[in-house]
Design a protein. Structure first.
Length: 451
């Protein structure tokens, strides 16, 4: 006998997601563990994520009529095919540079959100709980491990803090995503009507301060740039919505603006020094003076990006396989020795996809982004996705697009974790909208079945 998942809000019909009740609870447990522990207890979180993905994919294929014909499932198949094509063609062209078997998890790990979206079951409440667990896991991860408090002290004294997650750049990205989430959901966190309202507001305020200070002390310029671009955009969208926006949302934005200004006043010196330190190198690159670009953070990025262009041009359609990003650095003779010794990737997710899997790989990634973007827009317009959640989706997309131009977040486990958490929450609402309306994200593709 099959049972519907019981975490949908009142007023929604629960028959869209049906699977054995024991499997539902197992899937949800894996989702909770993945969200809460991936940044804190890596092995437990990773195992939970794998089990979440496998059970969810099985459930979608077994019971997800209509859902299994939607974009993410077809794009998962496409990404497997693209990786097989890249590995197969490379086997005849440069077998000495390929692994013994195709590493299908390189792009496949981006699709863990399919299982997460299924087990959330279209529930806004559960989605917000999952995202809250992810933020809580981040805060624990930057305070709990030994030496974390020393890093906070170092950062507040003007040094660059680096926590035990991966490195300062990845810490900063996670803080940035946390900040955007807190801003977008300020209205929910500050609204009254509950005995726990002030506790919720206090938790929001403390988390906001942690994320803002964390962004400053990890001294990652790409994250600073992305935050400076996205926060005004959020403010503009909130004020543009006018009367439909709660006063708590507007007050939340005002509070964020005040905290940002206060932080800038106190910590402006390390920020300005970090931004100005390599301005001359950017000018050299714009003038075409590549030979004299020094060994530095920005300098090495520019040199490896320039080297990657030659490799992409040679195999633009299928790329060089999963090791493409390291091949560029190891086998480009004109790169400085220090660059080849200390850098193993290109610090740009899109260039790495092009080098590894060519235009075929990039086209699949762009198709996934387009499907989620258009689907989220339609779900919001139909009322299946809350406005603040749609706003967070837009903010995250722009933020993540910017930061991935300067660091390969999407190709590391930290980026895959964030992508899957957020994409899973958005996709579950898109599926819910599809079930409620019987429509498809792209109407030109006729659905073979309805939920």
């Amino acid at each position: 006998m099959k049972y519907p998942l019981s975490f949908l809000e009142p007023g929604t019909t629960p028959h869209a997601w049906c699977s054995p009740v024991w499997l539902c609870w197992l899937g949800l447990l894996c989702v909770f563990l993945y969200a809460a522990l991936r940044l804190v207890v890596h092995e437990v979180g990773e195992t939970a994520g794998t089990l979440m993905a496998l059970t969810g994919l099985f459930a979608v294929l077994r019971w997800g009529q209509g859902v299994r014909n939607s974009g993410p499932l077809w794009l998962l198949l496409a990404v497997v095919v693209v990786q097989l094509i890249s590995w197969s063609t490379g086997y005849f062209h440069h077998p000495e540079w390929l692994s013994d078997n195709p590493r299908l998890d390189r792009l496949g790990k981006w699709f863990l959100f399919i299982g997460l979206a299924w087990w959330i079951g279209g529930s806004t409440r559960t989605t917000l709980l999952i995202w809250s667990l992810g933020l809580a896991g981040l805060i624990v991860a930057v305070f709990w491990p030994e030496g974390s408090l020393e890093q906070w002290q170092r950062g507040l004294q003007g040094g660059r803090a680096e926590f035990a997650i991966r490195n300062a750049q990845h810490d900063a990205m996670l803080f940035g995503v946390g900040l955007l989430g807190l801003v977008c959901f300020a209205g929910r966190c500050w609204r009254g009507g509950s005995a726990l309202a002030w506790g919720r507001r206090l938790s929001w305020s403390l988390a906001l301060i942690v994320c803002i200070v964390g962004i400053v002390i990890t001294q990652t310029r790409a994250v600073w740039l992305a935050v400076l671009v996205v926060l005004p955009l959020i403010a503009a969208l909130v004020w543009w919505r006018g009367r439909s926006t709660s006063r708590w949302s507007r007050w939340g934005l005002a509070i964020v603006a005040l905290v940002v200004l206060a932080g800038a006043a106190v910590l402006h010196e390390p920020v300005t020094n970090r931004l100005a330190s390599e301005e001359r190198i950017i000018v050299q690159a714009m003038e075409g003076d590549w030979k004299s670009i020094p060994y530095s953070s920005i300098g090495n990025r520019l040199l490896t990006w320039r080297a990657s262009v030659d490799w992409i041009v040679e195999r633009p359609l299928v790329g060089w396989g999963e090791k493409g990003r390291s091949l560029v650095i190891e086998h480009t003779e004109w790169l400085p020795d220090r660059t080849r010794d200390n850098y193993g990737h290109l610090h740009n997710s899109f260039l790495e996809i092009l080098v590894s899997y060519g235009l075929l790989g990039l086209s699949v990634v762009m198709a996934l982004i387009a499907w989620i973007g258009v689907g989220a827009w339609k779900a919001w317009r139909a009322g299946a996705m809350p406005g603040d959640m749609a706003l967070f989706g837009v903010a995250f997309f722009i933020f993540y697009l910017i930061v991935n131009q300067f660091e390969s977040y999407a190709n590391f486990w930290t980026g895959a974790y964030v992508q899957n958490l957020i994409a899973g929450g958005l996709v579950t609402h898109i599926w819910r909208w599809q079930w409620e309306t019987g429509q498809n994200v792209f109407p030109s593709f006729k659905r073979k079945a309805v939920l």
